[in-house]
Ligand binder design. Sequence first.
Ligand code: SAH
Length: 399
Amino acid sequence: MLTQTDIKIKQDFVQQYKNGYPLLSREIFTNFSKEIKEGTILKLFDGKDNCIAKGYYGLQNKGFGWVLSYKKDEEIDIDFFSHKIKTALECRKDFFADIKTTAFRVFNGEGDGVGGVTIDYFDGFYLFTWYSLGIYELKDEILEAFKRSVDYKGIYQKKRFDGKGKYLDDKDDFLFGQKAPEPLIIKENDVKFAIYLDDGAMVGLFLDQREVRKTIRDKYTKDKTLLNTFSYTGAFSVFGAVGGAKKTTSVDLAKRSISKTSEHFSINNIDPKEQNIIVEDVFNYFKYAVRKKMLFDMVVVDPPSFARSKKHTFSANKDYVKLLKEVIQITNRGGVIVASTNSANFSMMRFHDFISTAFKELKGKYQVLESFSLPKDFKVLKQFPEGNYLKVVFVKKIR
Ligand code: SAH
């Protein structure tokens, strides 16, 4: 049995939970005792002693935990989680049936009814990511529910408890079943990727960009030059090359990006020697490219929300316009910029403002061609649209 406690919330906040808002925050409670430990099930009461929801206490960068149920008599137990997991898998049955793609998200936190945990599928293997100590305290119930409901080859986990989702390396990423091959080769729209489930914080591929990668390959890169900045393992470059790009250039600060990107080219029968893979601070590369008067037909820019390198601190919120201005200068007229951000701190509208400001300040002209947010497997609650953090806009530079 999980620890449970009754707790009162301020009258001003009652209605939002009745409407299905899922996130808990400090300010909603009249009094939150220091004795309450992360992972405790909170039974939320209004001023008239009516139970309006059940949630759990778990500190994340945003929030204080999540609502789990709006039914006052619903027990939070293995059956509860099992039902959520089965429903989530059922929602992804088209993904399981698609033989061209063998990696996708099967459980997206609050979008699937349990905030603070995600589950990704990699060709028979499942990866759990826990975003707070609180949700991790519920892991025995959740994992047991999963094992009862799902056939799996193996189960892995990542712990990202601290406020900013920083990875906690306790050398216990592998949990149950078989170990996955290193690398595990998965497919995304028939393009292969090498996944390392037990090699640090990230596995080698961000699944939320699937539709963007496909679009780049299918509509934009034939006979074009492609610059991929903040390239990580080169996923956009690989799709570009498969789409027939004349040449791709990938730039990332991390040394590992050379071997990882080369591997991704190789397993797709593309000779990495014919592509450019550069380890450098993107901001230095821009200076170099401007000096050399380099121009690209397509530039992908997908920075982290926040990053600190030796010389630069970058915050998407504050510095995106500046970043875009650099990118615009090395994009051909008629070329396309893929501007991307996973920052939950601003909206799609604000992101469009950034693009508009950047072009305006350079006296340029542009046209928005298309835009993307999270794909269907990254389920978002309509009561919590902030959960849809991904914003990607394809912008044609007119001048
Ligand atoms: N676009 C990638 C994901 C980017 S993850 C993809 O779709 O797969 C962010 C990457 O930015 C990391 O690989 C990190 O090493 C890199 N990075 C952070 N700051 C950087 C900088 N100043 N210059 C170059 N790369 C940077």
